[in-house]
Design a protein around this ligand. Structure first.
Ligand SMILES: Cc1ncc(COP(=O)(O)O)c(C=O)c1O
Length: 435
């Protein structure tokens, strides 16, 4: 069988090869290249201090875990936040049509105006938010670039940024690269990992510049309810210099009638909020790399130069795909949610039966599951899981202290997911009986 590395996850069940028994987790070797240990090259010794502040310049446990199973087709991968549901055909077609014209150049750094207009309409219809397409919306390479650009546009060295923990790992890295200082605000399983206004208030100092809100959240699948969001707006209102990034990338992936509210719609918040969103999760478009941010025109104007400096403009075929996503039929979304709903129920049933607890998964496509009952630390548990043919992330990828949690996605077809859950059950029971 042909090894297909990280994309093996997309293979239907029959293509998941037979489980191999060899232990797959060789310890990381600081490999020699051209006879020089990689960790001691001149370049390594000259790393910027801020790079060293990101895990000491060493590989994140997330990349380690992915690298260690490269080329293995016997692993069911529930590790990445990458929807396995195919991108709708009309989106692919629009990108192809753009390529066929042979004119695939740069666009203005803010993105092609037709796309910005479609995004402005989306904001109005879905979020009740008014943004001017030409001056208040910036298209970027994924929501991730919006995150990086806004942090670089706003932060001075030492500015404090409040970030809920556990959090999506690109936030700390981008805050550090922008010179900011991260102040973690804990969220807990007992409260379904909801960020609380009192915790935010307690963390604010005279150096706090920015609050990051991510709802629904990755990795915890928690959301911030309308009531809590309004109480958070009260806190923000009491601190005139405080500005907010509201990452709403998972707004479409919500369950049980939950209604997503955009923070910028709350009284006085539009003027001090950058709303970040994108196409990766809602339209299964991770590889297209299209995201966007919106905010007041004078902020967007200032952010345009940093954005241009990073990648000039977002890939044109991808922008055409994104335009088709917004302008085309939206029924795909209901089908997608129906599928996620079923998968979430499968996960819940399996975990409940085993006695694995978790924060209520209200949005996204993950469980942040408490595996302390296994008797293993999350890193050892995730390593052992590979022997059983499943891959997920240990919690410390998302918060240094979250070593009794794993993030496990349900981004695999149901037949594969059923197999993964059976393997998980065997792993769990073996751990509990000391095997
Ligand atoms: C909370 C959150 N924000 C931003 C991103 C970046 O998404 P993209 O750059 O694919 O739009 C991710 C990706 O998983 C995420 O989970």
């Amino acid at each position: 069988m042909e090894p297909d590395g990280d994309r093996g996850r997309h293979a239907p069940l029959r293509r998941v090869g037979r489980l191999r028994t060899a232990r797959p987790f060789p310890e990381r070797t600081d490999s020699l290249r051209y006879g020089v240990p990689m960790s001691q090259s001149t370049l390594r010794q000259r790393l910027a201090e801020r790079t060293l502040r990101i895990r000491g310049g060493h590989e994140s446990p997330y990349f380690q875990i992915m690298r260690r199973v490269e080329g293995r087709d016997d692993i069911i991968r529930l590790v990445r936040g990458e929807p396995d549901i195919p991108t709708p055909a009309h989106i692919i077609e629009a990108a192809k049509r753009c390529l066929d014209t042979g004119h695939v150049g740069y666009t203005p750094p803010g993105g092609m105006i037709e796309l910005r207009e479609a995004i402005a309409r989306k904001f109005k219809e879905d979020n009740n938010l008014e943004y001017d397409a030409a001056s208040e919306i910036l298209v970027t390479a994924g929501a991730q670039e919006s995150m990086a650009v806004s942090l670089q546009t706003l932060l001075d060295p030492g500015d404090e940024v409040l970030l809920a923990t556990p959090h999506y790992m690109a936030y700390p890295a981008n805050i550090i690269m922008a010179g900011g200082h991260i102040v973690y605000v804990d969220t807990v399983e007992e409260e379904d990992f909801e960020l609380k206004p009192e915790a935010i208030e307690a963390a604010i100092t005279d150096r706090t510049k920015l609050l990051v809100l991510v709802t629904p959240n990755n990795p915890t699948a928690g959301v911030i309810t309308a009531e809590t969001l309004s109480a958070i707006a009260d806190v923000v209102r009491n601190h005139p210099g405080l500005v907010v990034i509201s990452d709403e990338l998972y707004e479409k992936v919500v369950y049980d009638g939950f209604e997503h509210i955009s923070f910028a719609t709350l009284p006085d918040m539009w003027d001090r909020t950058i709303t970040i969103n994108g196409f990766s999760k809602a339209y299964s478009m991770t590889g297209f790399r299209v995201g966007y941010m919106a905010g007041p025109a004078d902020y967007i104007l200032a952010a345009t130069e940093p954005r241009h400096s990073l990648s000039i403009s977002t890939s044109l075929p991808s922008q055409h795909g994104a335009l088709a996503a917004l302008e085309g039929p939206q029924d795909f979304m209901a089908e997608m949610m129906e599928e996620y709903h079923l998968r979430r129920a499968m996960m819940r049933d399996a975990f409940d039966e085993l006695g694995v607890t978790y924060g209520e998964p209200k949005g996204g496509f993950y469980f942040f599951a408490n595996i302390s009952g296994s008797g293993l630390d999350a890193v050892d548990f995730a390593a052992k899981a590979v022997d059983y043919g499943i891959l997920f992330s240990p919690g410390n990828v998302f918060a240094e202290g979250a070593r009794k949690y794993i993030r496990i996605s349900y981004l695999a077809p149901r037949d594969q997911l059923a197999e993964a859950l059976e393997r998980f059950g065997r792993l769990w029971n073996d751990c509990r009986s000391g095997r």
